[in-house]
Design a protein around this ligand. Structure first.
Ligand SMILES: Nc1ncnc2c1ncn2[C@@H]1O[C@H](COP(=O)(O)OP(=O)(O)O)[C@@H](O)[C@H]1O
Ligand SMILES: O=C(O)C1=C[C@@H](OP(=O)(O)O)[C@@H](O)[C@H](O)C1
Ligand SMILES: [Mg+2]
Length: 165
């Protein structure tokens, strides 16, 4: 959470002219509810079911930049989809940096305080590493810098065409 997945993907889509979708934004629009409302109405389990459904749908469309929610790695089914059908870039962040970026964490039901954020990040680390084809450290970098790094990786992999600079 707050690694900059949504912002980086949006920036990259704009600069590279590639279609993009944010899974959380898509779920919110489809349900006509915020992530918070979904969590309070159907719980995390209900939200995770929706997340898997949209991940499955969008994994079949190509080329597409998909920004996932940070908890997408929790289900093994999702991890298999990510590994099978995408090139996965893991954006790394520390709990401290994430907190410094957003003072108001109220729109993220699972990001409550610094200690919880630390534990969440530590607990998920092996899962992110399991699915990642590449990783980018986002600490002390702007969204534009992170997007540039991701773009270079995708160009090197032959996923995006080299752009003239
Ligand atoms: N590299 C960054 N530097 C500074 N602020 C950032 C950076 N990446 C994201 N942010 C800010 O942090 C907040 C959360 O970013 P977001 O892209 O929604 O992260 P995620 O989708 O990983 O949770 C936004 O307010 C965004 O502007
Ligand atoms: O890490 C998580 O479990 C979650 C991250 C959120 O997305 P971001 O990582 O884009 O904030 C959102 O999917 C939901 O609040 C749950
Ligand atoms: Mg996001």
């Amino acid at each position: 959470m707050v690694a900059g997945k949504t912002s980086t993907s949006r920036k990259l889509a704009r600069t590279c002219g590639v279609a993009s979708v944010d899974l959380d934004a898509y779920v919110e629009r489809r349900e006509g509810k915020t992530i918070n409302q979904i969590f309070s109405e159907v719980g995390e389990e209900g939200f995770r079911a929706m997340e898997t459904e949209v991940l499955r749908d969008f994994s079949q469309r190509d080329p597409l930049l998909v920004s996932c929610g940070g908890g997408v790695v929790l289900k093994s089914e999702n991890r298999e989809i990510l590994k099978r059908s995408g090139f996965v870039v893991y954006l790394k962040v520390t709990a401290e940096q994430a907190y410094a970026r957003v003072k108001d964490v109220s729109s993220r039901p699972l990001f409550r305080d610094l200690e919880t954020a630390r534990k969440t990040i530590d607990g998920r680390l092996p899962l992110y590493e399991e699915v990642a084809d590449a990783s980018v450290d986002t600490v002390d970098k702007t969204v534009a810098q992170v997007a540039r790094e991701v773009r270079r990786i995708l160009e090197k992999e032959g996923i995006l065409c080299q752009q003239r600079r």
